[in-house]
Design a protein around this ligand. Sequence first.
Ligand code: ADP
Ligand code: MG
Length: 175
Amino acid sequence: MPPERLTTTLDIHTTGPDDTRSVGEALGRLLEAGDVVLLQGDLGAGKTTMTQGLARGAGADDLVNSPTFVLVNEYQGRIKVYHADLYRLEQPDEVLALDLPGATLDGALVVEWPERGDGLLPAEHLLVRIDHASPETRRVRVEPHGPRASALARLLSDALAAAGGGGSEHPASGG
Ligand code: ADP
Ligand code: MG
């Protein structure tokens, strides 16, 4: 195998909710069943906003909102997208009961507040960390865990570059 970076961490700066949705949409176009995206960030960071883009990119037309009561929402597009929000869960067995790894058998899995399911979620995943930079801007860090996630990160980097820098994107030093 030629030498190549095993990980590509992306740092993306978004300048409003639509920009964050666009990044999500670019990633959503790349998702396949079995893929796992974990979304970290404070309340109001933009995890659900990002998921709206992910679902749209995966071809789902439905309106995406927070699965506050249902805990897991399912969107059907080119592939199925399962969207879970673990914010309200307190016990590991509540997380286990959702059988989130099982969702990856026939769809892509997107999880807000994955910290609540620490150790119970697939070890191979694309970690997306969203932080406030200003009221309207966010720093979006995309960090792959595992070979498929690394491929996704590289493809996302290419897609964002091809889209002509809607949002600045810098591949960080590879690991
Ligand atoms: P979370 O799911 O992380 O709690 P939401 O996506 O529900 O966050 O809410 C994010 C809020 O921040 C929305 O009201 C959105 O309009 C606003 N916002 C402002 N700028 C951005 C940005 N650059 N990216 C994402 N959301 C933003
Ligand atoms: Mg949310």
